[in-house]
Design a protein. Structure first.
Length: 376
């Protein structure tokens, strides 16, 4: 399984590897994008069913990636020859055209063209034409293409053409019990006691325009709570992006983030582009009410279990958050509804769906191999 260490695909990959370990599935995990952080390395070390192979090859959606993409392809084919997997699970597109021996499951977590359309409101410029053709070819080469929402699957079809072998497998995450008697300050070295107002939390890469954190920052001065934002503020190419008007927590460990979820009353996710969104699931599991950008994918995931706002409207964001903070009963109902919905997106349910997909692909491969043997 390929994964990148830069975005949300990493958390998805760790959750899936962990959950499928209970079904005796083992993984050769090939990482790209950047070397693992200490937190990421610790996450992999805790997985007994993962053999890690690490690289820092440039990802296909980064600037001028193509020489690295080619070298990464040679590296991946070498891993397949050395490890002889039953399935090649790609969490990217362009390596789908490699001459794999095993059947390929490709998962579409996002893409540049649909990102550009949602965030900028126009087609991606010609500089992305090579990417467009490489992704289209990769999608066509895969035996099965999965996406976490129907909205994302439709976006892939819109941008690259029909996907005859497409399916939807929602993401999921593990429910982690609270630490009995542990205080955030004692366990994680943070002092939440200094915050006297309710905590309003957001989490996501602040450098990614699709997360739309600028709108939340503009809303923050009108929100009757402490607005905190967790997530990397260092763009992999362009460096640090500063967000004014909020308490920037920066990149924090999964355990520390979980403590912030538990402290927060409202989780705000004003994304204008979100193929699924694990952060709202994690926040809702810990008891947060949700205020989300009103986009098709988030509507699909959350139904009536969230409050929706025009994501580019800071006044609407502030009004929705304040309406919850000012009405404790409404806040409690919203949090309960979100938590109930979040509990349907379990890592176990996700793992079961992928296990079925793997089984389907291996069965097809065996049938095809048997037919070829008969013909020869």
């Amino acid at each position: 399984m390929t994964t990148d260490t830069v975005g949300g695909v990493w958390n998805y990959s760790v959750q899936l590897c962990s959950a499928l370990g209970e079904r005796e599935v083992s993984f050769v995990l090939a990482t790209m994008g950047a070397l693992l952080s200490p937190d990421q390395r610790a996450q992999v070390a805790a997985l007994t069913n993962v053999e890690l192979h690490e690289s820092a090859f440039t990802l296909e959606w980064m600037d001028d990636p193509w020489s690295d993409v080619e070298r990464a392809g040679d590296w991946l084919l070498g891993l397949e020859r050395a490890t002889d997997p039953d399935i090649v699970h790609l969490n990217g597109y362009v390596h789908g055209t490699l001459p794999w021996t095993a059947p390929v499951l490709m998962v579409g977590h996002s893409c540049v063209l649909s990102w550009w359309r949602a965030v900028r409101g126009v087609d991606a410029p010609p500089v992305w034409d090579r990417y467009r053709e490489a992704v289209r070819a990769g999608l066509r080469a895969a035996q099965l293409v999965a996406a976490p929402t129907h909205a994302m699957l439709r976006a892939l079809s819109t941008e690259y053409g029909p996907l005859p072998h497409g399916t939807v497998i929602p993401n999921g995450c593990e429910v982690v019990p609270a630490l009995a008697g542990a205080s955030p300050a004692d366990e994680y070295g943070i002092d939440l006691a200094e915050i006297v107002r309710p905590v309003v939390l957001a989490a996501g890469r602040t450098w990614d325009e699709s997360k739309n954190m600028d709108a939340l920052a503009a809303a923050a001065k009108h929100i009757r709570g402490e607005v905190c934002v967790a997530g990397s503020d260092v763009h992999p190419v362009r460096g640090r992006i500063r967000l004014e008007g909020v308490r920037a927590l920066g990149h924090i460990s999964p355990d520390m983030l979980r403590q912030w979820y538990r402290r927060a009353s409202v989780f705000v996710h004003p994304s204008v582009y979100e193929p699924f969104g694990l952060a709202p699931v994690e926040a809702a599991l810990e008891g947060c009410a949700l205020v989300l950008g009103d986009i098709p994918s988030l509507r699909e995931v959350w139904g009536d279990a969230a409050v929706y706002v025009p994501p580019r409207d800071p006044a609407a964001i502030a009004a929705a958050v304040n309406a919850l903070l000012d009405d404790p009963e409404r806040l409690a109902r919203a949090a309960q509804k979100a938590q109930q919905r979040a509990r349907t997106f379990t890592a176990s349910r996700m793992a079961e769906a992928y296990h079925r997909a793997y089984g389907t692909l291996t069965s097809r491969a065996l049938t095809l191999k048997g037919a070829m043997t008969c013909v020869s």
